[in-house]
Write a protein that binds this ligand. Structure first.
Ligand SMILES: NC(=O)c1ccc[n+]([C@@H]2O[C@H](COP(=O)([O-])OP(=O)(O)OC[C@H]3O[C@@H](n4cnc5c(N)ncnc54)[C@H](O)[C@@H]3O)[C@@H](O)[C@H]2O)c1
Ligand SMILES: [Zn+2]
Ligand SMILES: [Zn+2]
Length: 361
């Protein structure tokens, strides 16, 4: 039996999203049908709508979600109906060259549902990040469901499914931030603020928040920033150096993903320090750097895909820290909205008014 549900769809490049009735098949082998309780609005959803990811329209948007498993297909043993889960876009295969080398967070062959969800006329949908969750129900691979403590509120838990995990992981997994480190984070939206919260959790001594919007810098302080720099008014490289004894930060995280912010990150780190790129550039962007500086400054230049997270390891751990009051995930939820409010939430995101709008169903 297939299910008809309402879902947020981006039909064509740059056009406003629409609420459509879609068809979600019953789970086949290895798949799970999940009743969505909450789904955050991530900048990546907007990138999809603008055609910045690829041209496989129509997209079924939404991917930062939590909900309850409604039914599972043949052979599914890890999750069962009634389980409270966070959806992830890293259901590792266990067999690719990364998995075989014991680095499953780089898995090159992650699982998604095999069956397609469609519009009523049969047009196949491309689910954002292989999920699609601005809807009452969705179909995923069972490995995309990570069980966590049901004491966590869905609106908060769902955020770990993408942006907040990407930010925390950019700091603690990719950047390897540790006790006593100095960290600078460029771009303090949901992802950058999560990198700040992750740096605090890891014991960083100095956390410098950089943004072009003073409102974002205020929130960043609540997340754990010890210093702030408005990079519209001040040169961020000089400001970060001045705050770190003239040296630069041990780890600089670019949570914007533009050539100019990457260059700032590159020059604002200490010698032999680490740059982590977690913001997603568009395909047309180019970077030019003197190669002698790349050599002479040493250290490492890393990209962070999904915070190099392993959902089964990281989601339950972070939810537990949240429930213990040691990680304020609730602070990321600026507002809860209805399913038909996603387009307006994009506008508010674009104007920098929110950290996260979360659709609650
Ligand atoms: N790598 C991953 O796995 C992953 C996962 C989720 C999101 N992302 C990406 O992370 C980025 C941030 O996402 P978000 O949801 O936090 O977005 P957001 O729109 O909420 O935040 C972006 C922030 O950057 C600031 N900003 C913009 N231009 C700036 C500049 N030139 N200098 C300094 N600050 C600037 C804005 O004021 C805003 O506070 C996006 O590119 C998103 O696609 C990456
Ligand atoms: Zn793999
Ligand atoms: Zn996302």
């Amino acid at each position: 039996m297939a299910h008809q549900v309402r879902a947020v769809v981006a039909r064509e490049k740059g056009a406003p999203v629409s609420l459509e009735t879609i068809i979600v098949p019953d789970p086949g082998p290895g798949e799970a049908l999940v009743k969505i309780q909450a789904c955050g609005v991530c900048h990546t959803d907007l990138h999809y709508r603008e055609g910045g990811i690829n041209d496989d329209f129509p997209f079924f948007l939404g991917h930062e979600a939590a909900g309850v498993v409604e039914s599972v297909g043949e052979g599914v043993t890890d999750v069962a109906p009634g389980d409270f889960v966070i959806l992830n876009w890293r259901a590792v295969c266990g067999q690719c060259r990364a998995c075989r080398r014991g680095r499953p967070w780089y898995c090159f062959n992650t699982h998604n549902a095999k069956q397609k969800m469609t519009l009523l006329d049969g047009t196949e949908l491309s689910p954002a990040l292989g999920i699609g969750a601005f809807a009452e129900k969705t179909l995923v691979h069972a490995g995309q469901c990570t069980k966590v403590d049901p004491a966590a509120s869905p609106a908060v838990a769902g955020l770990l499914g993408c942006g907040v995990m990407a930010g925390i992981g950019a700091a603690i997994n990719t950047g390897n931030v540790g006790r006593g480190d100095s960290v600078a984070v460029i771009g303090c939206g949901g992802v950058g603020d999560a990198a700040i919260a992750g740096s605090r959790l890891a014991g960083a001594a100095k956390i410098i928040a950089v943004d072009i919007d003073d409102r974002k810098l205020e929130t960043a302080k609540k997340m754990g920033a010890t210093h702030t720099v408005n990079s519209r008014e001040n040169d961020p490289v000089e400001a970060i150096q001045a705050l770190t004894g003239g040296n630069g930060a041990d780890v600089v995280i670019d949570a914007v993903g533009r050539p100019e912010t990457y260059k700032q990150a590159f020059y604002a780190r200490d010698l032999a320090g680490t740059v982590v790129l977690v913001g997603v550039p568009t395909p047309d962007m180019k970077l030019e750097l003197p190669l002698i500086d790349v050599f002479g400054r040493g250290g490492s230049l890393k990209s962070s895909w999904y915070g190099d997270c392993l959902p089964s390891r990281d989601f339950p751990m972070l939810i537990d820290l949240y429930l213990q009051g040691r990680l304020d995930l609730g602070a990321f939820v600026t507002e809860t909205i209805a399913l038909d409010d996603v387009e307006k939430a994009f506008e508010r995101m674009h104007h920098g008014d929110v950290l996260r709008s979360v659709v609650v169903l």
